[in-house]
Design a protein around this ligand. Structure first.
Ligand code: TYM
Length: 335
């Protein structure tokens, strides 16, 4: 029965073109979970505006992210797929939760520290600081049990759990305490040029990342240019972060174990290995890319999907929000 299924919530920001980090760290797992759970997958456009966005691009990317969700295999009949800004309860709940969150804990978040260093003191929006609170609102409004994300989001899950427990203790049990769901492989795909950093859609050098929508020849080139080392052995070692990352990618793309990959490329150098990594990514992404293009040519279908998703999401989110408002002590609206 639908009611007895555990709940999943996750989202991706339409703040840049999606990378294979988003695919292997999040999307690929979402697809696997869709049969077993009551799933909510959101395009988190409210989060995207914590840094500057070009309005036209934001609108285009929001629909492209939706098309990517569908093309990766999320079935709109099985999943509640929606756009965050369509559900006012996210912004409202975020305000309420802001009042149960300390600025000290927010300023300690790694992502906040990284982004504020990147954008400079004077152009850091308050939204960038309170970003994890909106994320907590996203998750808690649906009483999610599990949140499938890459390992970079673990800290945000921890603060979500802290905020939820604080609210529950102050009033009475209101929120489920969610757990992160982090895949065994692909949870942290690294930058191809600087393999000590995670791959990010906002990196300056396009050779640092592979986009889900990169054409095959671009993927081949980027893998070819990926930083390796002079050791010349395909071995899973911290001394060879570039090779380690490519091995992770090959493993998550093909399902082959790391040991198996080490054996397969023993004594072969890097050329054949890199070629195979590129081809494995292409094989996986090409059908997705073709479907994305089809979905983007059918805007009416996309609209029907996000409209239907927002109806269910709105119903669930409003219910939780009313509960929060009641517990806090707000006077109920007359109908
Ligand atoms: P975002 O948009 O940065 O990334 C979306 C998802 O992709 C994962 N990811 C990666 N996984 C492995 N390797 C990488 N290099 C890599 N880069 C990104 C992220 O871990 C994430 O799962 N704050 C979130 C969005 C969000 C959210 C939520 C997530 C808003 N509300 C509620 C879950 C639940 C973010 O910025 O993700």
């Amino acid at each position: 029965m639908e009611e007895s299924k555990k709940v999943i919530f996750s989202g991706i920001q339409p703040s840049g073109n999606l990378t294979i980090g988003n695919y292997y760290g999040a999307l690929k797992n979402w697809v696997k979970l869709q049969d077993e759970y009551d799933t909510y997958y959101c395009i988190v456009d409210l989060h995207a505006i914590t840094v500057k966005q070009e309005p036209k691009e934001l609108r285009r990317r929001t629909l492209e992210v939706l098309a990517i969700y569908l093309a990766c295999g999320l079935d709109p009949e099985k999943n509640t797929i929606f756009i965050q800004s369509h559900i006012p309860a996210h912004s409202e709940a975020a305000w309420l939760l802001n009042c149960f969150t300390y600025t000290g804990e927010l300023s300690r978040m790694t992502q906040f520290k990284d982004k504020s260093a990147r954008y400079g003191e004077s152009s850091i929006s308050a939204g960038l600081l309170t970003y994890p609170v909106l994320m907590a609102a996203d998750i808690l409004l649906y009483n999610a049990d599990l949140v499938p994300v890459g390992s970079d989001q673990k800290q945000h899950l921890e603060i979500t759990r802290d905020i939820a427990s604080r609210f529950n203790n102050l009033y009475s049990p209101t929120f489920k305490i969610p757990e992160p769901y982090i895949g065994k492989s692909g949870a942290r795909i690294m930058d191809l040029q600087h393999p000590e950093k995670k791959m990010s859609k906002s990196a300056d050098n396009p050779n640092s990342y592979i986009l889900i929508m990169d054409p095959p020849e671009v993927i081949r080139n980027k893998i070819n240019r990926a930083v390796t080392d002079t050791i010349g052995v395909v071995k899973y070692s911290d001394d060879q972060p570039g090779i380690k990352n490519l091995m992770d990618i090959l493993s998550v793309a093909t399902g082959k174990g790391i040991d198996e990959i080490e054996r397969e490329y023993e004594g072969q150098g890097y050329a054949k290995f890199k070629k195979d990594v590129g081809e494995a990514i292409i094989e996986e992404l090409l059908p997705v890319q073709n479907k994305v293009k089809e979905y983007l040519n059918n805007k009416d279908l996309l609209e029907a999907i996000y409209t239907k998703g927002s109806e269910k999401a709105n119903y669930v989110a409003r219910k939780t929000l009313s509960k929060m408002q009641r517990k806090i002590g707000f006077v109920a609206k007359s109908r």
